[in-house]
Design a protein around this ligand. Structure first.
Ligand code: SF4
Ligand code: SF4
Length: 365
């Protein structure tokens, strides 16, 4: 007996699938499943985080509803993945609050930070908040104050990720070392989103026709995020290493990277949101809507407010837009360890384990 219904259901389905094995060419889940006779909790969390929820195994399955076996691997794994976010989260008491009210907490956090920053500036001198400063953010909030705020939040997020990833890795791994070739293989699979092909055709959305749309929007989101991260990193190097201070001209490297990343982070999350609304509800774990929606919404708003800040940075709207943008970014950061984002990190570790298992070719007892 497992300790939750989600684990119990995943175990039941993997036992059926292991006897059937019809889907073994679809993704990494089925070859990993075939290496096991029994499924412990670590095994099930490993398999659930290997799954991309493409829907192919539901569409192809002869035992899916209305068959009495009621096999629905994508929905069962989606539920177990959501549960795994809180199982391994640090500190654990926060995960429950985010799980129940993720969307509300994230929005309230963003608005609170925005209101605090705007209020703080207005309290010092209201005219500063509503004046154009030739695009100079630091006229509103000194660079050191901004850097201190983001460093504190970033360190907290890194700490939370470190504890969560260690707990996940310990649970799914048998103590063997990851190995460089397994890490390289997993990095390549992550960069290509290899298993979002759904066995070749792509993911199923509003009908049973596979399409590449979900994979494309995932790519836009993933690379948009990396480009925005690169823009911030380059700007930090400019500031501290060369003494070149913002605002940077439109053709400079941080701005170009930020614009390209921002476009990706507008198109990707918007497309994923539309596809999730159109998806057959039977493929989705509806109880995870709050956190998934919060993550997509905050990514979209981070990009939207960042691009608006760039376009309107020479106007009187600079102060209020900066407060809103910083609030949204900090709200996003604080929610990262407790929602959909951690699936990306767990998935990477699951792919490392998968690469090592496939290379060794041994059976897992
Ligand atoms: S999802 Fe259905 S068809 Fe695929 S392996 Fe499992 S039981 Fe067989
Ligand atoms: S939904 Fe897609 S990724 Fe998940 S187990 Fe089924 S085929 Fe594999």
């Amino acid at each position: 007996m497992h300790k939750t219904e989600a684990l119990q259901e995943a175990d039941r389905l993997m036992t059926i699938c292991n006897a059937c094995r019809y889907c073994e060419g679809l993704c990494a889940v089925f070859p990993a499943m075939e290496k096991r006779h029994f499924f412990g909790e670590g095994d099930l969390n490993y398999l659930a985080n290997l799954c991309h929820q493409c829907g192919a195994c539901y569409t192809d399955c002869q035992y899916s509803p209305p068959h009495e076996f009621n096999v629905n691997v994508p929905a069962a794994f989606a539920r177990l993945r959501r549960e795994s976010y809180s199982t391994y989260a640090w500190p654990n008491f926060l995960s429950g609050a985010f799980e129940r009210n993720g969307l509300v907490i994230t929005i309230v956090a963003a608005l609170s930070v925005a209101a605090f920053i705007a209020g703080f500036v207005a309290f010092q001198n209201p005219a500063v908040l509503w004046s154009a400063h030739a695009g100079d953010f630091y006229a509103l909030m000194p660079h050191n104050a901004m850097a201190a705020l983001f460093t504190a939040v970033t360190l907290y997020v890194i700490l939370a990720f470190a504890f969560s990833l260690r707990a996940f890795w310990r649970d799914i791994n048998d103590g063997a070392r990851a190995g460089l070739s397994a890490i390289g293989r997993a990095t390549a699979d992550t960069a290509h989103l290899t298993y979002l092909h759904g066995g070749g055709g792509g993911c199923t959305s509003e009908d049973e026709k596979p399409s590449a749309a979900r994979r494309i929007y995932h790519h836009l989101t993933f690379y948009g995020f990396l480009l925005c991260f690169a823009a911030t990193s380059v700007a930090t190097i400019y500031h501290y290493a060369f003494g070149w201070h913002a605002p940077y001209p439109p053709y400079s490297l941080p701005v170009v990277l930020g614009i390209l990343g921002g476009i990706g982070l507008l198109a990707g999350p918007a497309g994923l949101f539309v596809l999730s609304c159109r998806r057959d509800p039977i493929l989705i774990d509806r109880s995870s809507g709050g956190m998934d929606t919060a993550f997509i919404l905050m990514l979209f708003l981070t990009s939207l407010t960042g691009l608006l800040l760039l376009v309107l940075r020479d106007t009187n709207a600079l102060g209020i837009l900066l407060a809103i943008h910083l609030g949204v970014v900090l709200g996003l950061f604080l929610s990262l360890p407790y929602g959909k984002f951690v699936h990306g990190l767990y998935r990477f570790l699951a792919l490392v384990k998968y690469a090592r298992e496939q290379k060794s070719g041994t059976f897992v007892e």
